[in-house]
Structures are given as C-alpha cells and as structure tokens.
Write a protein that binds this ligand. Structure first.
Ligand SMILES: Nc1nc2c(ncn2[C@@H]2O[C@H](COP(=O)(O)OP(=O)(O)OP(=O)(O)O)[C@@H](O)[C@H]2O)c(=O)[nH]1
Ligand SMILES: [Mg+2]
Length: 542
C-alpha cells in the first residue's frame, strides 16, 4: 500500500539532504512509530541545546567581559600598570593593600643598601677594566676588557658602614622568608591578627620551597640565574658584606619573586591591628611599632648609617665608576630613608607603585568598569611574569583576549637582561614585540604599546649616555629626548606595520612613565575608551 508522504516532507524531495533522510518506502507501522519517537526525542535534545545556547548568549550580553593581557619583558612596568588600573578602578582595595607592601618596600631598601656595600667593599676594589652594561636591576657587568687599569675611588669608611649595617643581612633573609612563607597558599590560612615576626628569623634566605605542608604547591622564591656567575664578568663576583665571596654571595643578588598563588598580602595585612585600641582607657592605638620583633626596629636602628652611606661622596663616586644606577631599579627608596625607616611608616600610593616584586605565573585581576552612565562591564586584566622562563605561560591566554597592552622600557637601551647578560634589553623588547604583533592568534586583538620609562630615558640621555654606543644604527642623530623617543616610536611602529598579522587592527602607541599617576591616569582613560569602543561593537552592545 502506498504510504502518503507527510505534508512537510513532500516539498523536500528536491532537497538532496531531505531526500536522503526520507523514511524507507516500505516502512512498517511499528517502524514508523519508533522513527517518529526517535525524531521527537532528537528534537527535544536539539531544542534543549538551542535553549542553552540562547541562555549563554543572553548571559554574555547581560554580563559582557573584556579581557586584557599585559605583556612585556621583566621590569618593563607591567605590574605597575596594573597597580595604576587598581588605583583608578578599585581604589578602596588598593588602599586596603597598602600596608601589606611595607615588607616589600623594606626588602627593596635593604637590598639596595647591600648592593651599595657590595659595590664599595675593599674586596671589590679591583680596577674597573671594562665598558659596563647594566642588568635590568641596575647592576653593572663587564662586557669588554681594556688593557689599561683605571684608578678607583676607595671608600675609607667602608669597614664602619659594614659593621653598623650588619643587622640588615639577617633582616633581608627574614623578609624573604616572610614573603615566601610556605603556608600562605593554604585555603584555610587566615592571617594571624598579630603575626609573630620572630618566627621568621634565623632562616636561610635562598630556600626554594615547592611543596607546602598539605602536599600542594607552595609559594616559592624564584631565583633566576645570577649575573654574578656570568662567564663574562669574572671580576664582578661580589663578596658579601661580611667579606666572604662564596656561593652564597652568588645567589644573594638574585631577585625575589613571589608566586602568584601566594597569599603574601594576607600575611602582612596589619589592618586589624592598627585599629584596635591597646588600652580602652587611654585609647592608645596598638601598632606594629609596639611589637619588638617587627622588622621596622632593625631598620630604624640602622637609619643613620644607611643615610651616611648613601650621602657619602666617595660612595657616589664609586657607584658612578662602576656604572651602577640604583635609581633605575628599586633604588629610589634610598632617597626616602628617614621616612621609610620611621617606626610609624605607612606606605603611600606612590611607594606602592614603586615597590618592586617580580611576578611569576599569570595573575588575573577583575574590575567592574562603567562604559555608559549606568552600565558596567567586567574587565579581566592578566598580569604576567615577563622573564624569559615565564613567557611560555602567556600563550594559553591568547585565544579569547580582546586587547593587549605591551610595555617596552625604552630607557633600557644600555642594559642587559638579568636572566641572560648577553642580550641587550632593548633588542629583546623589539624581538618580543615582533613576535606578538605577528602572532596569528592575536590578529583580531587591539594592541596598545607603552614605550615606558621615559622619565629614566630623559635622565639617562641628559647624563650623557649615548644611544649610538649601544645601537650603532642611530648614527650621529642628536642624542636628545625628542629625537631618541621618536626614533623608538617609529622603530616599534614600523615593526607593526611590516609584520602585523592584521594591519587594520586598533593600534596605538603612548610614551609613558607608568609610575607617574597623573599622566598615566589620562592614558589609561584613553586606552579604556578605545578598548571599550572596539569591543562593545563586537559583543553587540552598541
Ligand atoms: N622610574 C620609573 N620606574 C618605573 C617605571 N615603570 C616601572 N618602573 C619601576 O620598575 C620596576 C619594575 O616594574 P614592574 O611593574 O614590577 O615590572 P614587571 O614588568 O611587572 O616585571 P616582571 O614582574 O618581572 O615581569 C618597579 O620598581 C617599578 O616601580 C617608569 O615608567 N619609570
Ligand atoms: Mg610584574
């Protein structure tokens, strides 16, 4: 018996796909029933999936997200840029965290002092024989030997300084241990309301802890290869302030970083303590300055010799001879010794921006930012570690990112990488830039380039350092800020022009000094507007 075609199938005979799906002409009634049941079940599943997709789309539309990745080599200013975003868009949280930075600032200061002691020690009084370049952290390394010895300035008071500042050695170790306390990533960990600073004492500063008590990975101190062990710089291996030049003196110049899983801020949050009255009668406030084991007491007692060391003309001269520019790294706290070592020192916004703590891994920060009068959008900003051994972690974030802020510190033309003293920092930035702009996964991503540290560039050029000595192609063009900065502007711009995987993308260059809050706020506003305009179009909000 001929079976009538179902009405909605008749029309489909000309459609090859529909024809292929037609039921067999000799289908029995039972088969037909089974088929219809199966079709109805398939439709139910398909409708469910459609519904889920609609809901996801609706949710995405209701809660759109913008993802921004901050890239660049180590010490380019990525975390500082992130701090500026926090200062603008999460002001209360930024202020709440300020006290936690106290330990980092202390450590920055103590390490700067030790670096000076190392540089002026009698043991390091070998004549300087080289044209020096600096590592990212402001230390000079020898690159080429000259036959004629140059006389060196001696620091007559070195033994006194060394003796008076001896307590800082133990303090440095203690601060490092506190920042990398192995318990800090435990989810159950709560900050002690009154941390016992003394429990961190008597430790070994160069411990690398990789497994916490619970068997999970714990925060650790990352120790990149030290420049002191470079075969290029045999004469610059610095003895310790105590005079010994052993293996510990090698690692002590390595930079401290705290892994992104670490909860170090919690351990240093003394917010509760400074508000609690010590005595209900007098309303006297209890603070860390009342705790004899707090690091501030060691610092406070060393303030005078630290000041004398930093102001000593023979020290300044010795640092000049060794081409050590501490102001390029966290050395700026040396100009603030009295303020920072005061018992009741509380970090300012500017101190937090300048505090240096190397990033490892990738750290996600969320902000809710208004894009119109009453509508907010979630921004996820990813701050990455920029050292070479950290860069493999960037790629997984490339897939769904909307914008990249790339930082290239253009003051670094006469410096080398801390992790590889054979590589000039600016050359490294240029190569990194090229690989980012030419990456096909990033073809549709807006890119904002910050040519950063222009304040240091200005100072460096003014002090007479010539770009052409380090980049011969610059030739005999004027060695002033206008010419040098526009040279870099064009150089980075033309790499984008030549190698970009998408020349039509939104692309902007800014000359920045991201420690300067006022100027950076304007730039961030501008960057924010561009990113929002481009991306809201894409997620259909405009
Ligand atoms: N003078 C000056 N210092 C800057 C500027 N930008 C950053 N710094 C300082 O340079 C140091 C390094 O900056 P960070 O933001 O920690 O560098 P980073 O790119 O996050 O480095 P990694 O975490 O190692 O990848 C910090 O002490 C900053 O305060 C700038 O424009 N001018
Ligand atoms: Mg960082």
């Amino acid at each position: 018996m001929a079976r009538p075609l179902e009405p909605n199938r008749r029309r489909s005979l000309s459609d090859p796909l529909a024809a292929a799906l037609m039921p067999p002409p000799n289908e029995s009634a039972a088969d037909r029933e089974r088929r219809l049941e199966a079709e109805s079940e398939a439709k139910r599943v398909s409708d469910g999936i459609d519904e889920m997709l609609r809901a996801e789309k609706k949710e995405k539309k209701a809660k759109p997200e913008i993802k921004v990745l901050i890239l660049g080599q180590s010490e380019s200013g990525k975390s500082t840029t992130l701090k500026q975003f926090q200062l603008m868009h999460a002001t209360a949280a930024f202020h709440a965290d300020r006290i936690a930075w106290r330990a980092v600032i202390y450590l920055n200061l103590v390490r700067s002092v030790r670096r000076i002691l190392d540089a002026v020690s009698f043991e390091s009084d070998q004549p300087d024989e080289a044209e020096d370049q600096e590592t990212a952290s402001g230390c000079a390394i020898s690159l080429a030997r000259q036959s004629s010895a140059i006389s060196v300035t001696r620091v007559p008071k070195y033994p006194q300084y060394r003796h008076a500042l001896e307590p800082l050695r133990e303090l440095e170790e203690r601060l490092i241990r506190m920042l990398s306390s192995p318990n800090e990533d435990e989810p159950t960990h709560t900050a002690p309301s009154k941390p016992d600073w003394s429990t961190y004492a008597n430790g070994n500063s160069n411990v690398q802890v990789t497994v916490g008590k619970n068997g999970r990975p714990a925060p650790f101190i990352t120790i990149p290869p030290s420049w002191t062990s470079s075969p290029l710089s045999p004469s610059t291996s610095l003895p310790s302030p105590g005079g010994s030049s052993n293996s510990s003196s090698k690692s002590k110049n390595q930079e401290v970083s705290v892994h992104h899983t670490s909860n170090w801020k919690k351990a240093f949050s003394l917010g509760n303590r400074i508000k609690s009255p010590k005595s209900a009668h007098t309303n006297e406030i209890e603070g860390w300055w009342d705790d004899p084991s707090d690091p501030v007491h060691v610092l406070n007692s060393c303030a005078q010799p630290m000041l004398a060391l930093w102001k000593d003309p023979s020290v300044k001269q010795r640092l000049r001879e060794k081409r050590i520019r501490l102001e390029e790294s966290s050395g700026f706290f040396l100009d603030e010794i009295s303020r920072i070592t005061a018992l009741r020192y509380f970090p300012s916004d500017q101190d937090v921006l300048k505090a240096r703590l190397k990033t490892t891994g990738v750290v996600e920060h969320s902000f809710s930012i208004a894009h119109s009068q009453r509508r907010f959008i979630t921004w996820k900003i990813y701050d990455v570690g920029g050292a070479r051994n950290q860069r493999h972690a960037w790629a997984p974030y490339f897939e769904d990112v909307n914008a990249i802020i790339f930082l290239a510190p253009i003051s670094a033309f006469d410096q080398v990488l801390a992790e590889d003293p054979e590589v000039n920092r600016l050359e490294d930035s240029l190569l990194l830039w090229k690989s980012v702009v030419s990456n096909k996964l990033l073809a549709h991503v807006s890119i904002i380039l910050f040519l950063n540290k222009v304040d240091l560039l200005q100072a460096k050029l003014k002090s007479g350092v010539r770009l052409s000595h380090h980049m011969p192609r610059y030739g005999d063009r004027p060695n002033d800020y206008e010419n040098v900065s526009s040279y870099f502007y064009n150089k980075f711009g033309s790499i984008h022009q030549t190698f970009s995987s998408n020349k039509e993308r939104e692309f902007k260059i800014h000359l920045t000094s991201v420690t300067d809050t006022r100027r950076t706020a304007t730039i961030i506003q501008n960057v924010r507007d561009i990113i929002i305009t481009v991306n809201l179009k894409n997620i259909h909000l405009m």
